[in-house]
Structure formats: structure tokens, C-alpha cells
Ligand binder design. Sequence first.
Ligand SMILES: C[S@@+](CC[C@H](N)C(=O)[O-])C[C@H]1O[C@@H](n2cnc3c(N)ncnc32)[C@H](O)[C@@H]1O
Length: 407
Amino acid sequence: MRAWRGLRRGPAASSGPAAAFSSSCPGGGERRRRAWETSLSPLERVRRLLAPEEAAAAAAGADAAPAAGAGRGPLRVGELVLAELGRRRRDALKLLCRLTAGAALAIPGGLLPHGDIVGRLPGQVVRTASGGRLLVRRPSLEEYVLLMARGAAIAYPKDVSAMLMMMDLHPGDTVLESGSGSGAMSLFLSRAVGSKGRVVSYDVREDHHNLAKKNYRQWRASWEIGHMEEWPDNVDFILKNITTAAEDMKSVTFDAIVLDMLNPQAALPVIYPSLKHGGVCAVYLANITQVIALLDTIRTCKLPFLCERIIDVTHRNWLVLPAKIKNCKSIQTVETQENTEEEPQQKEHEEIHFQDQAVLKGSEYDESLSDSVETYSSVPYIARPSYWQDAHSAFLTKLRKFQRPLS
Ligand SMILES: C[S@@+](CC[C@H](N)C(=O)[O-])C[C@H]1O[C@@H](n2cnc3c(N)ncnc32)[C@H](O)[C@@H]1O
């Protein structure tokens, strides 16, 4: 008690959300304060470190409309926008479109004119004519690569993250990629090495080569409009079979190499001389038998690579949701407030079982645990692994180039 009194300051303590909450509390009157009522927000903590005039300026800045630039300004014609519908269900719909004057987005139940999105701040909810609600915002790079046009299957973002870590890429690095595919990995590589770095990306198929370039151009163009700064123009897409590129390799040294192609072992003899000693070649393969073929080639051809790791990346999706109590029978039937997910058998609601029935009985429920201030207004939660898990995508192999001792 002493601690929070020391932190409270004058009139602010009797107005604002804490006071409003207090008057609506069951029982009202004097009660213990919860930790969040007495702690300072990060912004408030910073303000208290500043001189009064600087604090006033900071306060004015925080209340002002978000500054344009750096992706915070309103959505503009020409940029890519993500519209999200129906976050309550597993099959939430995400639509990607490029804002165009006079165009409309086809959504369930009708059309939403792009004009209704232009000028909104990202993160705003837009009401449609049919009464639906859409959240509109700029897509992340992860969302873009999942939604952009695809020729070849893309390297999935969860695997790309692990591969970027394997290669230990830094801004300014030069990296070789084969194949370009749809350009998903190329975009992540482009971001990792930045404007001072370089990505050289080979593909043997013209349609894939062209699509990778198109997807890359589209993202860059949108970025420039939305962020008012240039995305690095640092990827060289080359239409060529990597196994025939020995001449090209002579003049460069790569900090890292990433292979996502059939028979990557066929590329190794051509590319390994251009990888710096100690550098990593990360290989993306769907089947473990392909990994064995790769390692067997390294062994039989005595290629200077050590296999450091073979991993597959699994993300376990969980469901954690507040539950709304509908009745208090021996088995509680509850309806989740959002993100209701359907069990494969199309069940409409979630059943949860409680060991302590007292917890669930109406107002008793609220007060029975109020002993501990943190649990005063707690509600039952559904918390379990989701029915819906991502399938296997790839095995990632980390090969380290070594230098043989001079004999
Ligand atoms: C699965 S895709 C790569 C996807 C890419 N990583 C992405 O994220 O979009 C494999 C690509 O490797 C290309 N490829 C296969 N063999 C090749 C070779 N010998 N040289 C260059 N590219 C090759 C294919 O044409 C295909 O586009």
C-alpha cells in the first residue's frame, strides 16, 4: 500500500480510467488498487525525465496525428493494401490489392471502392455498404510474399527467418541465390543486406525469372509510395542455369549462398569456389531423402563443406481466448469473444471443463478470487493448441565451407 501511495500524484489519481473503473466496481468504495493503476506508462516515465518545456513538446507530439513517412501516413493511390475480414474465424480473409483510382475491391457481399480506403490511416476499420467491417493497413513483407502471384512454390517465411539466421547475413553482404522462383526469398535477402549489399539471384526458367522480377518491382514501387523512401535496388536477377555459371562466379566472392532448387548438389561444385572461407551455404529441401543425396555428394566428391545442422521449423499455433460464460452446468459451455475457431468437425462452440465450479458462478466468480488483486476481474480462458497447425514445409541444411590445411 505504501508503495502505490508514494507514486500517486494529485488530482490525476481521482480522474481518468482508474477512477472510472473504481466507481463501476462491484462493491464500490475503498478497495485495493491493482498494479496497473499505480504504474507509469513508458511515455509518462520519459516525460518525468525531461525539462517542463520539453515534456510539453513531447506531449503535443504524442497527441498529434501520426507523421507521414516511414509507413505511418495515410494510404495512397498506387500502394499495396491489405484488407482483413472476419478475424473471428480461422478462415479470416486477407485481401491484397493495389489502390487504384476508380477501382473496387471485391469482398463477400459486394464491392468496396478503393476510394473508401485511400486517405485512411493504416490500421483503421472501414465499414462496407453491406455492414461488414474491414481492417485496412499496409502488408508486412511476410504477408506480401504469401499473397503475391506465385509460379514456383515460395520458401515459407518461417523457414526464411531460420535461413537468414543460419547465413548470419548483415547489411552490406553479398549473397548468391538459386533459384529465384517467385522472388519471396529474394525480397527477404534484399532487406537483410540493405542498400550497401547485393543479391545475385539465378533461375533457369524464364517465366519464374520474370515473375520474381515483377514481384520484386511491385513491392519496391509500393514501398516507395507508402514509406516515401526507396527500397534498396540491390537484386540482380539472372536468367541462367546455375550449373553453367562457373565463369560468372570467378569474379565474385559471396558472404553466403542460399539454394532452393532441385538437385542443389549439382550446383555445389560450381559455386563453392566463390563462397568465402567459413561462409555458409543454406539449402532448402522438401524431403529428407534429398538431404541425404546432398550430403552424399559432398562426401563422395570431397567438397569442402561441413554439415552443421539440419532442421525443420515448426510453429505450434495456440488458441488463447477469453470465454463468455453462457450457463453454469457441470460442463460449462462458453463462446469465445473473438477468433472463434472451428474444430474440424464443424463444432460451433468450445467446451471447457473446470475443476473448481465455484469459479464459474456469476458474481461469486468475480469476488471469490479477489483476494489476489491481479485476478480480481479475471475471466475463464480457453488456452490450448489450435486445431489448425501448419504442415511440414522443408528441411533446412546449414553447410559451412572450410579450408583444408595446406599439406
Ligand atoms: C522452389 S523454387 C524457388 C522459390 C524461391 N526460393 C522463392 O522463395 O520464391 C525453385 C526454383 O529453382 C529453379 N531452378 C531449378 N534448377 C535450377 C538451376 N539449375 N539453375 C537455376 N535455377 C534453377 C526453378 O526454375 C525454380 O524457379
